[in-house]
Every structure is written in structure tokens, then in C-alpha cells.
Design a protein around this ligand. Structure first.
Ligand code: SAM
Length: 376
């Protein structure tokens, strides 16, 4: 990075600035910039890498420096993310100065955060991209570790979690979904609540599990790996999501399950469940170090919309819990309204909280998640 020729540096700042100014937040920035490069073929892979990095450095500052130009914010973002700027770099600002103060409004929302989240540390964590994580599936520990060793990538292993550099193409080395799943560390750690369920739940019959917001089935595969012998039902809102899930389950070797397309606020499954997993749609605010454009484009009033949708899903699905059945509520949000307040709401409906926890990712280069295990 620091060997970058000055004329290239200036050109990348100008291009990143133009891209940022044409982006309106309506699609993820990763898709937007991919599309931009596919329309603008003159950029080689090195150019694309730098321009992308320059754009993300800008977004990582969130709403800090509202008085500054896009060029100033790109340079300040680079400085805050470890690029050593000298006066020749700053010359691209054509006489304007680089702000000297630290970024103050990276995560600039008034809504209260969940308990025990260190606001300052959480805010600063957005300057760093989280790592890539694999969860090794049972029985594949040696195979996965051997393959990673042969690939010469730098990695660390803790239990069955593997931490890798973000640029690593895991699918070129590992049979993804069969041997290991790509899953953020704290999404994996939510599994501790499934372990708790396993300790507490009756063991006399096959556990009936409904993953009511299944997406491509990350939590279902986790549940299958932890609870083993389950009768699994999955559902989500759109057919395309369920067909992705089917593909993934095939790779994962999960053959026996029921799937259907339904709105979980209105779903009417034909039987009751021992365990419902509600990994609900949410602000995603615990994951914005991966998608820092959200720091600029997410508007606070959407928190209430998500909270209302979550409540509608919860108030419907708890009807399909057996008496004594368990609910695993999960978000990747840091906002109290989507987390503890929803647990409180469930308690008001007569569902008892067994354990709730913020899985903090901001000090360990991972996402922040919230999970609660409740019992009807
Ligand atoms: C956080 S994601 C679930 C992630 C998934 N559990 C995993 O681990 O990969 C939330 C999912 O809820 C789905 N969803 C949103 N609104 C819904 C609704 N009203 N009913 C059912 N699913 C919904 C979305 O399509 C999305 O796939």
C-alpha cells in the first residue's frame, strides 16, 4: 500500500470520490462497486482493490466530519485505518486541511444500546474490518486443519472455530457446507444457547425444531450439528431464499427436513414444536464493520419498524411452541429495542427467559449478536 505511486494515489482518491458521490445506499455497497467495475473495464485488479479500500475508509468514519469534503474524508479515513499519510498525499486536497481531531460520530444514533456494550469501543471497532470465520462441522476437524495448513494461509483455531484473513477464498480449499460452514464467530457462539437447551430439554423423543426465519439455514445447520437427531422444519419469506437453502442443505448432507415459504407473522404450521429458532430480520447494526456504508445510510426510525416486525413474528410463532417448549431469539443488532425489550415483551406474554446474552464482537474482530433462550 505504502509503495503506491503518487499519481495512482491521486487517481484512486478521485475515482473513489466519484463512486461515493454516485452511491445512494439503496443496495449494498459491495454490489454497487462490483457493478461499477463491471461497467468500467479499464480498472485492473490492483486498481479495484485500492479504490474499494479508499471507499470503505470513507464509510468507516460514519457521520464524523460533516463539514468536510469527500476527498478530506477519504484521506482521514485512510489515516484512521492505518495508512501513513505524508504532505504529498495531502496535496490532493488542493490546499484544504485534513481534520486533526479524532472521529466522533462513527456510530451516531441516539437509540440506547444493549446492556454491557461499551459504546466507545464499539464505535471505534468500525474502523477495522472483522475477520473471516469458519465453523468446522463435527468429524471434519483434522481434514479442515490439514487443508488449511497445506494452503499456507495464516489461521488460528479455537474449539471448532477457525479465524482467517478476510481475503481468504475458503471455498478454494475447503468443501464449504460439508466440511465447514462460513459463519461469523458470534453466530457460532449463539450455539452455547443451543447447548444450554440440550442440557435442559427432555431427551425422550426426537426434538421438533422450527427455524422460522431460516434464510440459507446457518442456524439450522448449527442446530443440527449441536442437537444431532432433530425433526427440522424451516421457513422463510420468499421461494428464492428457500431454494438457496435447499442447495446449501444438499451440500451440508441434510436430507430429511420440511421446508415452506411463509410470512412468520401469519404462519400456521400444522403442529407444535419443542424448539423454535427466531433469528429475526433486524437492523444488522452488530455487523456494520463489514458493511460500513450503513453507518451513513441507516436511519434511526427503521429501528422501530424492525422492532414492530420482530414483535409480530414473535407473537405469532410462540403460539406454535409446545407447553414447556423453548424459543431461541437471535438478532445481529446492538439496539436494546430489538434485543432486551423484545425479551421483556415475551416475558409479558408468559414466556420465561432462561438466559440472554450480548455476544460482543467489537473487541475480537467479529460481529456483535444478541441471543436469548426462553421457555413457554
Ligand atoms: C437474520 S436473517 C436469518 C439468518 C439465518 N437464520 C442464518 O443463520 O443464516 C432473517 C431472515 O428473516 C427473513 N424474514 C424477514 N421477514 C420475515 C417474515 N415476515 N417472515 C419470515 N421470514 C422473514 C428474511 O428473509 C431473512 O432471511
Amino acid at each position: 500500500m505504502q509503495n503506491l505511486k503518487l499519481n495512482h494515489f491521486y487517481s484512486y482518491v478521485n475515482t473513489a470520490s466519484a463512486i461515493i458521490q454516485s452511491y445512494d445506499g439503496s443496495i449494498p455497497f459491495a454490489h454497487f462497486i462490483k457493478d461499477y467495475f463491471s461497467r468500467n473495464k479499464k480498472f485492473g485488479s490492483r486498481d479495484r482493490k485500492y479504490i474499494t479500500q479508499f471507499c470503505y475508509s470513507y464509510f468507516r468514519l460514519g457521520r464524523s466530519y460533516p463539514q468536510c469534503s469527500v476527498h478530506q474524508k477519504i484521506l482521514k479515513g485512510l489515516e484512521c485505518t492505518g495508512f501513513k499519510l505524508d504532505p504529498t498525499h495531502v496535496a490532493v486536497l488542493k490546499g484544504a486541511a485534513l481534520p486533526q481531531d479524532k472521529p466522533q460520530k462513527i456510530f451516531n444514533y441516539d437509540a440506547p444500546l444493549s446492556e454491557h456494550i461499551d459504546q466507545a469501543a464499539f464505535e471505534q471497532s468500525h474502523l477495522v474490518q472483522p475477520d473471516l470465520f469458519l465453523r468446522i462441522r463435527p468429524g471434519n476437524e483434522n481434514a479442515v486443519i490439514n487443508k488449511l495448513q497445506l494452503s499456507a494461509v495464516n489461521f488460528t483455531v479455537e474449539g471448532n472455530s477457525v479465524r482467517l484473513p478476510n481475503s481468504f477464498k475458503a471455498e478454494s480449499v475447503i468443501a464449504i457446507n460439508r466440511e465447514a460452514v462460513i459463519q461469523d464467530l458470534n453466530s457460532q457462539n449463539v450455539g452455547t444457547l443451543l447447548e444450554l437447551y440440550k442440557e435442559q430439554a427432555a431427551k425422550d423423543a426426537k426434538i421438533k425444531v422450527w427455524d422460522c426465519c431460516a434464510a440459507s439455514g446457518g442456524k439450522s445447520i448449527l442446530a443440527k450439528d449441536i442437537l444431532s437427531d432433530i425433526e427440522l422444519t424451516v421457513s422463510d419469506l420468499r421461494p428464492s431464499i428457500i431454494s438457496n437453502l435447499r442447495r446449501r442443505f444438499e451440500e451440508a448432507g441434510i436430507k430429511r427436513y420440511k421446508s415452506f415459504v411463509t410470512d412468520a407473522t401469519k404462519a400456521r404450521p400444522d403442529h407444535l414444536f419443542d424448539l423454535i429458532i427466531a433469528d429475526v430480520p433486524c437492523s444488522g447494526s452488530g455487523t456494520w464493520a463489514r458493511t460500513p456504508e450503513q453507518l451513513l445510510f441507516f436511519s434511526e426510525d427503521k429501528i422501530g419498524d424492525y422492532a414492530a416486525l420482530q414483535r409480530a413474528i414473535l407473537s405469532n410463532v410462540i403460539k406454535y411452541l409446545k407447553p414447556g417448549g423453548y424459543l431461541l431469539y437471535i438478532t445481529c443488532s446492538v439496539f436494546r429495542q430489538e434485543n432486551e425489550d423484545q425479551v421483556h415483551y415475551l416475558q409479558e406474554q408468559g414466556v420465561q427467559a432462561i438466559q440472554q446474552q450480548v455476544f460482543k464482537g467489537y473487541e475480537i474482530k467479529a460481529d456483535t449478536m444478541f441471543g436469548a433462550l426462553l421457555r413457554k
